[in-house]
Design a protein around this ligand. Structure first.
Ligand code: ADP
Ligand code: MG
Length: 696
């Protein structure tokens, strides 16, 4: 029998309620202050928190604890330590001190640092993030932490995000204060991360080395049917998937992750999970946990979960829509309210985002650059690699009027009469949906749709927060001394809406005209990861991150290096996998089948030379040509791979992989996919797209 959700929810989390129940009052209060105001926790309190945490964890079956952190690879890392402490009489007690809670020192030499730390000085520290609750996973107490080097440089994705949340909060508070919102303790970045993924049968997955090694198919002819009927979107969820989703929900709820919405997506086998939005760092942590649970749960149901951005060619890829807003107590700064044209906090927030996204479009693009996302951005259904903002007609009208110095008028939400008495009349939203926009205003928040399904959301949000902090900083500098705040706010908006008009695009982002139009507007279109990553080394972007102490120049270059290295390594693995599959799996299979056809021709002729073997001859010829072509293309890929790998450093290698290896991979794939269509199914050694995408 299903358990009551409210009793299991958060049962594996050391949350506020557990703290209140278990901590001495003064300790609870100082921990609360730490969480609210970012003040440091004194040693005695830290010891008390650690003790309570340990007792709670042990009662819940834990034997170990770990500092759970997010190195620059984007995934999560953990090293488990037992609570055990041997004593002289040969027995042991359990212990966990405040120091162990607050700071850890994993031997960090193998984590990518982009040159921030040589292996000889492998020291890296983990530092407790008290704003993200500790939780229990697989009988281990997991403590969310930041990861920094011996010299204090950030080696992870969490540290800059936390810094950027503080920066945007500080500057937003100044703007709010100009409009009577004083005493705001903190402005919180809120994030809702919609997670898309594919589910395939474990059996098919296990028979595809490309899925196992690379998370995506490197070969595969188009299936008989694709997603053209769009019947999968919001379709009834099949039983095995429903069973999987129920277990995922249950596990996530126990971990305090508010998994709320689940549905089938457009592509066959594609699904989505959306949580309720929360504080940015918590949302990022929870999303990482969600991905882990999705992966882990799938095999319980005979399935494998694919989080790669583009597992199947010609079929929609998976994204991770990043819903972003700013919240003060009782106020969503991006809520337009009834009269957006005169809602100055809203208008300034809108201006701040427009300016931020326009000025830092390339840096924003760089934060979502990954090998998987290269195949997605600009392909089926994903937004293009060009950053632009969708506002919808109502807001665009207001923005235009303000830009032109006219009186902007808000329109009351229309009511829709559905023409039937039994149906209620509905509010019509101010904004329609535009699925083709990479950065869309969706009623009371922005939805950044470029992030790929596998990404850690910390990086894009770090950039959005910091760039918006810069906008707010400028506005506050002008508003604070101004006599007439509203007039000054309008003047600011007018300037921003005029200067940054080019970033607003309400049209179809998938159309062929848009890239041309975007080029005329001077918008960037970095279609590949190596091209996009260059933004990390751009002076303007380094200055932005330096201005608010989010990332130093060295830390920016470290990210550039790490991501270039990652790209080149992924492509190296993909090319190697492709060559192996080609030489060791596919070529032998086609050769075997060719022999069957050749034998058949000989046999027929032996029986009766007058029998027609035209079809077989023809087939054999095509197989033979295909095989020859495959040999040539495999060799070409091998040569390109060698050349790219031989380049002097990772950025050069990354560029070479993009320029030489990726096209060679595409060529080989085209040839092999054609051979798949010619070969007897019984001889084709891999599950095909038909098998994988349309299981019952
Ligand atoms: P859709 O698919 O229509 O975009 P979903 O319901 O799948 O909508 O996802 C919307 C996401 O936006 C949810 O995670 C939701 O919690 C989040 N969201 C709603 N309001 C805010 C807000 N103010 N700030 C951040 N995220 C928000
Ligand atoms: Mg959705």
């Amino acid at each position: 029998m299903a358990q009551d959700t409210s009793t299991i929810y958060g049962s594996m989390v050391f949350n506020d309620k557990v703290m209140r129940d278990r901590l001495p009052k003064p300790v609870y209060r100082s921990l609360h202050e730490t969480i609210q105001d970012g003040t440091a926790l004194d040693e005695d309190s830290a010891n008390a928190v650690a003790h309570a945490m340990k007792e709670w964890a042990i009662e819940n079956g834990c034997t170990h604890y770990t500092h759970w952190f997010q190195p620059l690879t984007g995934i999560t890392s953990e090293k488990h330590d037992a609570f055990i402490d041997p004593i002289e009489d040969g027995t042991a007690i359990t212990s966990f001190s405040g120091k162990e809670l607050i700071q850890g020192e994993p031997d960090a030499s193998s984590f990518p640092s982009g040159g921030l730390r040589g292996t000889a000085e492998a020291r890296g520290y983990t530092a407790w993030d008290p704003t993200s609750f500790a939780f229990i996973k697989d009988e281990v107490l997991c403590i969310p932490t930041a990861f920094i080097s011996y010299t204090g440089e950030s080696l992870d994705k969490k540290t800059p995000l936390l810094r950027s949340m503080k920066a945007v909060s500080d500057q937003a508070k100044r703007v709010l204060a100009c409009f009577g919102c004083t005493d705001v303790p903190q402005v919180i970045t809120t994030i809702g991360a919609e997670q898309e993924y594919f589910l395939v049968k474990l059996d098919d997955y296990s028979r595809r080395p490309d899925l196992i090694m690379c998370g995506r198919t490197l070969f595969g002819a188009h299936p008989m049917k694709g997603q053209e009927l769009e019947e999968h979107y919001f379709g009834a969820i099949r039983e095995v998937v429903s069973g999987f989703m129920k277990e995922v929900d249950d596990r996530l709820w126990r971990l305090g992750v508010d998994a709320k919405t689940k549905h089938n997506e457009v592509a066959p086998c594609q699904h989505e999970l959306a949580p309720i939005f929360s504080r940015a760092n918590v949302a990022a942590d929870n999303n990482l946990l969600t991905m882990e649970i999705l992966r882990e749960t799938a095999p319980h149901h005979g399935l494998a979960c694919l989080l790669n951005e583009k597992p199947f060619k010609g079929i929609n890829g998976s994204g991770k829509h990043d819903n972003w807003s700013l919240a003060a107590p009782g106020l969503n700064m991006l809520n337009p309210g009834d009269d957006p044209a005169h809602n100055y906090i809203f208008l300034l927030s809108l201006a701040a985002v427009i300016q931020a996204v326009d000025d830092y479009q390339e840096l924003l693009r760089a934060t979502v650059a990954s090998p998987g996302n290269d195949h997605r951005l600009g392909a089926n259904e994903a937004p293009p690699a060009i950053v632009s903002i969708f506002l919808g007609d109502e807001l665009t009208g207001i923005v235009k009027a303000i830009a032109e110095g006219k009186d902007a008028v808000s329109h009351a939400n229309a009511r829709m009469d559905l023409g039937s008495e039994i149906l209620p009349s509905l509010d019509q939203d101010n904004t329609d949906r535009n699925r083709t926009s990479p950065f869309a205003f969706t009623g009371n928040r922005f939805e950044f749709r470029m992030p790929g399904s596998e990404i850690n959301l910390s990086s894009p949000n770090t950039v959005i927060n910091t760039a918006v902090a810069k906008s707010f900083n400028e506005y506050a500098n002008r508003l604070e001394p101004a006599q007439d705040k509203e007039a000054e706010a309008l003047a600011i908006c007018r300037e921003v809406f005029n200067e940054h008009r080019r970033i607003i695009f309400n049209g179809n982002g998938y159309s062929e005209e848009w890239p041309k139009e975007a080029e005329r507007r001077g918008l960037a279109n970095n279609t590949t990861t190596p091209d996009a990553l260059v933004a990390y080394t751009d002076k303007k972007n380094i200055e932005l991150m330096g201005q608010f102490d989010i990332l130093s120049e060295t830390e920016m270059y470290a990210r550039y290096d790490v991501d270039m290295e990652h790209y080149a390594k992924v492509k190296n693995i993909e090319a190697t996998c492709m060559l192996d599959m080609s030489n060791q799996i596919i070529m032998p299979a086609v050769i075997k089948y060719s022999k069957v056809v050749a034998d058949e021709i000989i046999a027929k002729k032996a029986v009766n030379p007058a029998l027609s073997t035209e079809t077989e001859d023809n087939l054999l010829e095509r197989l033979s040509e295909g095989l020859h072509d495959m040999g040539v293309k495999t060799h070409a890929l091998h040569m390109a791979h060698e050349e790219a790998y031989g380049k002097a450093d990772w950025p050069k290698r990354a560029h070479a992989y993009m320029e030489l290896v990726v096209p060679a991979m595409d060529e080989l794939r085209t040839t092999v996919d054609r051979l798949e269509e010619l070969t007897d199914r019984e001889y084709w050694p891999l599950p095909t797209y038909n098998d994988i995408l349309f299981y019952v």
